[in-house]
Design a protein around this ligand. Structure first.
Ligand code: PHE
Length: 399
């Protein structure tokens, strides 16, 4: 008998312990709105995550300093996924289960957004990617949004620029086979370029993390293309450019937004002179909103904001605008976001989701943001050229 009771008591103690170890989010009550931010703060694309974090924090800190949302502040929780898709899924799981976040901002890389999106969708936690451009990202569920344009537009834009502006008829494509963004953009570019009458004389591949591209570049050189389309990320692009010049290839490189990084020209040095890529943002835009953002960013971080910082600033802005509406139209639901993780909060998150989906004409620093039925933004893109190891603005292209 005594033994039985001891056992029962032990079982009870174990239960109590287990309950105490339950995710914090389950019982957490706070007077701030918990928002998750995840990205590549380290690893092969560290500048993506760092710029994104800085853009997000600039927006949130300004908002909080100005009184938050009707007096309620936003509290951000930040996780580093080390540039790895598996870690992206782990990061959002932790943000949701342990930090109890009610919405998530991230990721940059489409492959990592696609790894994390199912976790957010399953938990009913809205996720806004600032900068993932592969169409499949937002197809993963009705809780998944983005505030940037998508790759079919970007691919077509590059194809038109190459064919109609530069009058190039022969393209080589060098894609990153391990990267959903790169594979998608290579395909959209090819379709559009061929439709315009251009020829892709060779289509070769590498894998993110590779350092030696001489074998592919030797084959490309033999086909004598007028340009090489490289829809990859900055580290590999910089190395590819250098090795192309070492092999005597003088054709320029063209690329997409994956080139955006303060490290690009550090790696490439002069090898990208004469090349072009796409960005989401132009810091010389005279729009006062843009100029205030650039000045604030520069003052705080002692650096110019890149396209990723700008998109992150806008993603935080779109989320905040939806939170503000919820606060104004349905204060009970707004309060529930700070309450325990129960059905009441779940319904509040669904309302927040609907308000994000209804985003219309949000005045962002990357352009006006209206989300369509597929939870994507339709926005202009910016062409940037490289001359003498410096960037020059070429054109803004409307969708
Ligand atoms: N669009 C890229 C992707 O989907 C990410 C990216 C956006 C990188 C903007 C740099 C600048 O993977």
């Amino acid at each position: 008998m005594v033994r039985m009771r001891t056992l029962r008591r032990a079982a009870l103690a174990a239960l109590v312990l287990a309950a105490a170890a339950l995710p914090l989010g389950c019982a957490k009550r706070s007077n701030e709105i918990p928002v998750g931010v995840y990205g590549s703060l380290t690893g092969t694309t560290a500048t993506f995550g760092i710029s994104t974090k800085q853009g997000t924090e600039l927006f949130v800190d300004n908002l909080n300093a100005a009184g938050g949302i009707g007096g309620t502040k936003i509290q951000t929780f930040v996780e580093d996924d080390r540039s790895l898709p598996e870690e992206a899924a782990t990061a959002v799981t932790k943000l949701i289960d342990q930090n109890g976040v009610i919405a998530v901002l991230g990721e940059v890389a489409s492959s990592r957004s696609m790894a994390a999106a199912p976790v957010c969708q399953q938990a009913g936690v809205p996720m806004i990617s600032p900068s993932s451009t592969n169409p499949r990202v937002t197809e993963l569920g009705d809780n998944i949004f983005r505030v940037c344009f998508i790759d079919p537009f970007q691919g077509q834009m590059i194809a038109k620029f190459a064919k109609n502006t530069l009058h190039f008829n022969r393209a080589a494509v060098l894609r990153d086979n391990k990267n959903d963004y790169s594979v998608g953009l290579a395909n959209y570019f090819t379709q559009a370029y061929q439709a315009l009458g251009g020829t892709v004389v060779i289509d070769d591949a590498y894998s993110e993390g590779d350092q030696d591209f001489k074998a592919q570049l030797t084959k490309i050189k033999a086909k004598n293309p007028q340009f090489i389309m490289v829809p990859g990320y900055y580290t590999e692009v910089g190395l590819i450019a250098r090795q192309a010049r070492e092999l005597g290839i003088t054709a320029p490189l063209l690329g997409g937004d994956g080139w955006v990084s303060e490290k690009l020209l550090e790696i490439a040095e002069h090898a990208l002179d004469g090349s072009y890529f796409v960005n989401h943002f132009y810091e010389g835009d005279p729009n006062p909103l843009v100029q205030k953002f650039v000045a604030d960013y520069q003052q705080r971080y002692n650096a110019k904001p890149d396209g990723l910082a700008a998109l992150a600033y806008d993603a935080a802005g779109v989320l905040t605008a939806a939170l503000q509406k919820l606060h104004d139209e349905d204060p009970k639901s707004f309060q529930a976001l700070m309450g325990p993780r129960n059905d009441v909060q779940k319904a509040a998150r669904a309302k927040l989701r609907d308000l994000i989906a209804a985003t219309k004409d949000y005045p962002g620093v990357t352009g006006r943001i209206t989300l369509d039925a597929k939870r994507n933004a339709v926005k202009p893109a910016v062409f940037i050229g490289i001359e003498n190891r410096a960037y020059k603005y070429v054109a803004t292209v409307e969708p």
